[in-house]
Design a protein around this ligand. Sequence first.
Ligand code: PXL
Length: 302
Amino acid sequence: MNNIVWTIAGSDSSAGAGIQADLATFNDLGADPCSVITAVTAQNSVSVQLVESVSEKMFTQQLASLAEDMPAKVIKIGLMASVEHVKILAQQLALYKQTWQKAPFVIYDPVAVASTGDDMTEEGIIEVIKAELLPQIDLLTPNANEVLTLSGHALISGESFKPAVDKLIDMGCGSVLIKGGHFELVDNVALDYWSDGKREIALTSPRLENVHTHGTGCTLSSAIAGAMALDYFIEDALVIAKAYLNQGLKASKALGAGEGAIAHCGWPTNHDDFPEIVLPESSIGYELDLPGRLEAGPGFEP
Ligand code: PXL
């Protein structure tokens, strides 16, 4: 029995993010990793110097080589720098879902689609991502900026999470995890919110003040992918991934003049690293309007 998980992402020469972070995460959790490289980046801890997408031929062949012999249970997508790659990938994902014995679960961390920090990607890519890639995605993992870019919804309060997620689900995603790394709904609390439009879950952890956070987005989505490749249900995978992230953040350090990257330290085992589930009757539950939605029952549309 294999637990194959693919990462489709960019190479980071500083090895803190991208393919390098994804593979380290899959290995730590015990999944069986494969990789498809979308772009090569030359970067250090201070800045990104050069980004070059691989040729369409090379991108397509990597997918074909793996599809033929090593189909995945879970596919994690990171940096997509080329419009043509997005179109090819959307088409291939649709094909895998129709033709593979078991449809892969597809996770997309929409790296560099935010209006800030968009310099790693080609012009016009966001429209193609919205129209063609999002409908193939089972779990999207945006931060607040990426939510705004993709859905037009600004996360201004707890109550704004659910409508933003519902919009992204209308656009074709199966479910959405909003990462709270940049969103301080409650002082000193990091909050992540997940919903598939019917079920929902929010997780909180004490905010960690570590400045060495390069690669946290890649690592979180890869940890979810790795755990799902081991057959954990999505809610459990979110908890494991968050614990893996907290553990790695506590051990991260600088290696160059700039920000350091998250560390990779094996399966999370420390109780303090595990997040808490938000209960409807808690203060954060009220902020998110969980009691109101529970009362309205499943399938409630705001
Ligand atoms: O963390 C986002 C990210 C994803 N993929 C690659 C990156 C980065 C950030 O630098 O270099 C290849």
